[in-house]
Design a protein around this ligand. Structure first.
Ligand code: GLU
Length: 370
C-alpha cells in the first residue's frame, strides 16, 4: 500500500535522529539548505498559497444569525481581500481542497506534502502559505513539519471569523502569514502557524478557545515570534541544522491510530474497540500525567505486548507526560508523548508506523526528538 518507507535524515539537532527503517523504494527528497539560490537582488520572494478551506474561506449563510459555511471562498478571493499583498511577495495560488478542517484527512495531507516538496525541489517558491481551518491546523502543521524536506518556510494560517463577518480576521492573518513566508529568518523553523500577529511552531501550538481570535498558544514553549505591519520579529533563534523528515506513503490512508479519552469511571471498551477496528497504534488522552483506570492500564499494556504502539499523552492541555513517573512505561511497554498533545501524538505514531518504527524504545526516541 505504501511507497517509500524510509526515514531520511536532514539530521536533527542531536544528530542522532536518523534511522533507516527499510530500503527506500522511491528516491528520498533531498534537503534544501541555505545554499539554495536566494531570490536575485531587487526581486521579491516568491510565495505560493495553497488553499484548503476553513473559516478563513467561510461565508455567512442566510438562515442563521451566527452560522456560516467554512470553505466557500477561493484562494484568489482570499488574496483579493488583502490590498497590497503582492507588494510583499510575488504570489501564486493553488486550490488544494475547500473543506472545513474537521474533515481534514490523510489524502489532503499527502497531497499537500507532495506539492510542497515539489515546489521546493523545483525551486519554484521561497515559501509556502497554507490557508486552513483552525480546528485541526495544529495537526496539519505537525504532519508537514515532519515530512517537508526543506528548510524553507511553510506557514499555516486560518481565521476565527468568516470572510463576511464584521472585523474578519482572515485578511490580516493572511498578510502576516505571507510576511513570515517571505522572511529569510523564517527558515529552519519547521512548519509555523500564524494567527493574531503571533508566530508558533508546529510542535508547540494548540487551539485553546472555541471562538476567540486569541485562541492559539504554545503552552510549553511560548510563541516563536510576532508580526506587525513593518516586520517579522522572531524571539528565538532558528535551528542550526535542517530537520529530520519522514518519507510518506504513496497513497492514503496511513495506518490507523486511535485516541482513547480517559475519564472517571473508565472501562476498557474503547481500547478493545480500537483494536477490534484494526488500530495499529493507540494514544491515551490520559488524565493528569497520562494516567487512566487500572482496567484501561491493563488493556493498554496487553495491547503493547501484542505489537500495538501505545503512547500515553494527557488531556490536560499543557505540561509534559513524564516517562516512568506515575505510570511505569518500562513495565507496561508504553511510550510517553512528553510535550505532545494527543492529536499530535497520533500523527507522529502514524508516521512512525509508516516508517516501520514500532519498537517502544525507538518510538520513545522519536517522541523526544525536536
Ligand atoms: N470547523 C471549521 C474548520 O476548522 C471552522 C473553524 C475555523 O476554521 O476556525 O475549518
Amino acid at each position: 500500500m505504501f511507497g517509500a518507507t524510509i526515514l531520511v535524515a536532514g539530521c536533527g539537532n542531536s544528530g542522532d535522529s536518523a534511522h533507516i527503517a527499510t530500503p527506500a523504494t522511491t528516491p528520498a527528497v533531498s534537503d534544501q539548505t541555505d545554499d539554495a539560490p536566494a531570490p536575485a537582488p531587487g526581486t521579491q520572494p516568491r510565495v505560493t498559497i495553497l488553499a484548503t478551506g476553513g473559516t478563513i474561506a467561510g461565508k455567512a449563510n442566510d438562515n442563521s444569525a451566527v452560522g456560516y459555511t467554512a470553505g466557500e471562498a477561493s484562494a484568489q478571493d482570499l488574496i483579493d481581500a488583502v490590498p497590497g499583498l503582492d507588494k510583499i511577495a510575488t504570489l501564486h495560488a493553488e486550490q488544494i481542497a475547500n473543506i472545513g478542517s474537521q474533515d481534514m484527512n490523510d489524502e489532503v495531507w499527502l497531497k499537500l506534502a507532495d506539492r510542497i516538496n515539489q515546489l521546493f525541489t523545483d525551486n519554484a517558491a521561497d515559501g509556502v502559505v497554507i490557508t486552513h481551518g483552525t480546528d485541526t491546523i495544529e495537526e496539519t502543521a505537525f504532519f508537514l513539519d515532519h515530512v517537508v524536506a526543506s528548510d524553507k518556510p511553510v506557514v499555516l494560517v486560518g481565521s476565527m471569523r468568516p470572510s463576511t463577518a464584521l472585523s474578519a480576521d482572515g485578511p490580516a492573518n493572511l498578510r502576516s502569514a505571507v510576511q513570515v513566508a517571505a522572511a529569510r529568518d523564517a527558515r529552519n523553523r519547521g512548519a509555523l502557524v500564524v494567527l493574531n500577529d503571533t508566530i508558533h511552531t508546529a510542535r508547540d501550538v494548540t487551539k485553546t478557545n472555541t471562538t476567540s481570535v486569541q485562541t492559539f498558544v504554545s503552552p510549553n514553549a511560548g510563541p516563536e515570534g510576532f508580526v506587525d505591519a513593518a516586520a517579522v520579529r522572531f524571539t528565538k533563534p532558528a535551528a542550526r541544522q535542517a530537520r529530520a523528515h519522514f518519507q510518506v506513503p504513496g497513497s492514503a490512508p496511513m495506518p490507523r491510530v486511535d485516541i482513547v479519552y480517559s475519564h472517571a469511571g473508565m472501562n476498557a471498551d474503547q481500547v478493545h474497540d480500537a483494536i477490534g477496528h484494526g488500530a495499529k497504534g493507540i494514544v491515551l488522552a490520559g488524565v493528569g500525567d497520562g494516567n487512566t483506570s487500572e482496567e484501561v492500564v491493563d488493556a493498554l499494556s496487553d495491547a503493547a505486548h501484542h505489537g500495538v504502539v501505545v503512547v500515553r499523552s494527557s488531556r490536560v492541555g499543557s505540561g509534559t507526560t513524564v516517562r516512568n513517573a506515575e505510570v511505569n512505561d518500562d513495565q507496561l511497554g508504553t511510550v510517553s508523548a512528553l510535550d505532545l498533545n494527543p492529536a499530535k501524538a497520533r500523527v507522529l505514531t502514524q508516521l512512525l508506523l509508516v516508517n516501520n518504527i514500532t519498537d517502544a524504545g525507538q518510538v520513545q526516541q522519536q517522541f523526544a526528538a525536536r
